[in-house]
Design a protein around this ligand. Structure first.
Ligand SMILES: *Cc1c(COP(=O)(O)O)cnc(C)c1O
Length: 358
């Protein structure tokens, strides 16, 4: 028997998500996965590991609701935002019939989850400024149930125009959910659309503790939406999705005292980002540095594969974005500690401008 042929057809042809970990690399400066550069330390306080955890831990919902400014019933907690991306399709999209829509260059998991589940994709490229192409989106809405948007957008770093978001939410009100992935909103909280939840019943917001909270290792994400949407998602989530240690640590991370620490960490990352914005253009190999509201910078080089290779040789691992539409020669640099930023700039300054000059 050929085991390959035993798998579902769309799984046979699936290219799995190329996570930073899967792509790998070697070095001691990891600037490829938008993680926070230092590990926080939390004790484990819950010793009831013989018991199943609460399905939706009430204390954790209450703590995040307070942090985000929503009501508990507008909230679901899951194994990272990635699980929520897939649960939405599982709950709302009929395989081989319904579509999701997304706008590259953007986060890769929307497409990978859809392919895994046999849900069709409408792919509408962002405009040259990476804002939504509303006329093209409007023309492509037939059988679209879910629209996945990301703001700040990974990997371009820009926020989506709020007037465009409002228009899209209004147009799709009776037809589709608009999911705004706010994985990086803690780096610019004033731009969250969370306070629109009471206005738009078809708005869904995704959040995570993986980025600004420095907790990618515990796998904890949040979905915020109308309570009716939350109830539907809770029908398809696993019975006990949240491990007791995850909940224990997440609760500590959301304490008033730690929220102060997170705020300071965010400010440190923003300071380092601004420093990089100023010094990167001095490097001969750099063509263009794009504005970012998040914890990375997207940079266009004259010859990105040369830069990528030379930095790996120095133990500095970046993320290649060159295969996304419109991002030829672009690398994404996660903002690390100041020391890591300085090391990166020294390595870049040593690279000549090897690209094809006019
Ligand atoms: C990192 C990331 C996620 C995944 O977050 P997890 O909570 O770690 O699953 C979701 N969306 C975007 C845009 C991301 O960059």
């Amino acid at each position: 028997m050929n085991i390959q042929e035993l798998a579902r057809k769309n799984v046979q042809i699936l290219t799995p998500y190329q996570s930073a970990r899967r792509v790998g690399g070697s070095g001691d400066v990891w600037l490829n996965a938008n993680e926070f550069p230092r590990a926080p330390s939390y004790p484990l306080t819950q010793q009831t590991l013989n018991r199943y955890p609460e399905a939706q831990p009430q204390a954790l919902l209450a703590a995040y609701a307070r942090y985000a400014g929503v009501r508990d019933e507008q909230l679901m907690v899951s194994r990272g935002a990635d699980e929520a991306i897939q649960l939405l399709m599982l709950a709302f999209c009929e395989p081989d019939q319904d579509f999701i829509l997304y706008c590259p260059p953007t986060y890769g998991m929307y497409g990978v989850s859809a392919e895994t589940l046999g849900v069709g994709c409408r792919v509408i490229r962002g405009k040259t400024d990476w804002q939504l192409d509303l006329p093209a989106i409007k023309a492509a809405l037939d059988n679209v149930k879910l629209i996945y948007l990301c703001s700040p957008n990974n990997p371009t770093g820009n926020l989506l125009n709020q007037d465009d978001l409002r228009e899209l939410l209004a147009i799709t009100r009776d037809q589709a959910l608009v999911i705004v992935d706010e994985a990086y909103i803690d780096f610019c909280p004033e731009h969250s659309v969370v306070h629109w939840l009471s206005t738009y019943p078809n708005l869904v917001i995704l959040r995570t503790l993986s980025k600004a909270f420095a907790l990618a290792g515990i796998r904890c994400g949040f979905t915020m939406a109308h309570p009716d949407i939350i109830q539907i998602l809770l029908k398809v989530i696993a019975p006990y999705p949240m491990p007791t240690p995850t909940v224990d640590i997440a609760l500590q991370a959301l304490s008033e005292k730690n929220l102060e620490t997170v705020k300071n960490n965010v400010n440190e990352i923003i300071d380092n980002r601004q420093w990089l914005v100023h010094v990167l253009p001095i490097c001969d190999c750099v063509d263009q540095v794009f504005d970012s509201q998040a914890n990375w910078l997207l940079v266009r080089f004259y010859d990105s594969s040369d830069v990528f290779r030379r930095l790996s040789e120095e133990g500095i691992v970046l993320r290649d974005q060159g295969r996304q539409p419109g991002l030829r020669n672009c690398l994404r640099i996660t903002i690390g500690t100041l020391e890591e930023c300085e090391k990166t700039v020294s390595a870049l300054r040593a690279i000549p401008c090897t690209g094809s000059l006019p």
